[in-house]
Ligand binder design. Structure first.
Ligand SMILES: [Zn+2]
Length: 366
């Protein structure tokens, strides 16, 4: 077997004994290359070629891709593939991750269409192929969002569509005309409190998601949150994140500047560079930074341009989902900078700052 579709292997190696409850990994294309070769998958990260197949074996593999209600073994029998050869090929497919266990029952899913749009793709990221299990786990998670202009609202809609089960919203400021658009807030929402307007929007679009407005006054109450996204203008204000840091809640600043947005760093408290680390590094590079930052906090909030808001919202939501799903988000230890006109995220690494003390740094050998 070979992971490179262009370099087909010489033959099928001896495989494991067949297991009754296996299926072809959902979403895997099965493609005939001719000459007894079948390619499973098209993504170069996992596609591979099986060679030395008889015509009946090729038909069998094509059938298990198309007729998912028939078991792999039943399909082999129907196509005239012998048991020994069947098990040999199944062993190869199993070890390649193309055959995966038939999934068990999972918990409730809050994503639209019971997760039908997302489960197959999310299953590609799991050894067991069980994308619905990822969505069921997301349905148990609660994410806080502070700052609900155009960008923050798009993050909230994205997380709800992606199957996060609970959202806590905080932004009591009134909806501005410039917040309207991107499929989020509407002209009719102008003047209402942003968090209440976004809650009403979510009740309509994602009725299974539990949405709550946090009206604690001083900002989000971080208890029982799995992650928090804070959208703010000009520069992340370290003081806003101290409580989240102390409580160990992972958090992600999204900072809107003149013609760019900085997503990150995604802070895993005590384990990766925090907002203060970034601020201290900035002050090291420019001694006037603290004075400039204080002035920026008094400066009018930049509007959220359509493309920047869309790319930044998808980027921020993707980082939070990676965190919730147990992957390592790119924004841990990095700021993702999205600037116009390119509009593509670029990662700039950030390190824990020695004077911050949020991460215990290893002692350097003398
Ligand atoms: Zn720090």
């Amino acid at each position: 077997m070979d992971n490179a579709p262009g370099a087909p292997p010489s033959g099928i190696v001896a495989g494991m004994t067949s297991t009754p409850a296996l299926r072809l990994r959902p979403g895997t294309p099965v493609l005939s290359r001719g000459g007894g070769q079948v390619q499973c998958g098209s993504d170069p990260r996992w596609s591979f070629v099986l060679s030395g197949l008889s015509p009946s074996e090729e038909s069998w593999l094509e059938e298990i891709a198309e007729r998912r209600h028939v078991s792999v073994e039943q399909s082999a029998a129907r196509c005239g593939v012998g048991v020994e050869r069947r098990d040999e090929i199944m062993g190869v497919l199993f070890r390649a991750g193309v055959l995966v266990p038939v999934p068990g029952v999972v918990g409730a899913v809050t994503a639209p269409a019971d997760g039908a749009a997302d489960a197959t793709v999310l299953g590609m990221l799991r050894p067991d192929g069980a994308g619905l299990a990822t969505l069921a786990a997301r349905a148990e998670r609660v994410v806080g969002l502070a700052g609900l202009g155009r960008l923050g609202t798009a993050v909230a809609l994205h997380l709800a569509t992606a199957g996060v089960g609970g959202l806590v919203l905080h932004d009591p400021l009134p909806v501005q005309t410039t917040d309207v658009g991107l499929g989020g807030l509407r002209t009719a929402d102008v003047g209402q409190a942003r968090d209440a307007a976004v809650r009403a929007l979510l009740a309509e679009r994602s009725p299974r998601v539990a949405v709550r407005v946090d009206d604690g006054g001083a900002g989000l109450d971080p208890e029982a949150l799995d992650a928090v996204v804070v959208t703010e203008p000009h520069a992340a204000h370290p003081a806003r994140y101290q409580r989240l840091l102390g409580l160990g809640v992972p958090h992600l600043p999204v900072v809107v500047r003149e013609a760019d947005v900085v997503v990150g760093p995604l802070v895993r408290p005590g384990r990766s560079a925090c907002v203060s680390c970034v601020d201290l590094a900035r002050a090291d590079a420019d001694r006037e930074w603290p004075a400039l930052a204080a002035q920026l906090r008094e400066t009018a909030e930049p509007t959220h341009e359509a493309t920047l808001a869309a790319v930044a919202a998808a980027t921020a939501a993707g980082q939070v989902l990676a965190q919730l799903d147990g992957h390592r988000p790119t924004a841990v230890g990095a700021c993702l900078e999205i600037s116009l006109p390119a509009g593509l995220p670029r990662a700039r690494p950030v390190e824990p700052h020695p004077r911050c003390g949020c991460v215990v740094l290893p002692v350097r050998a003398a």
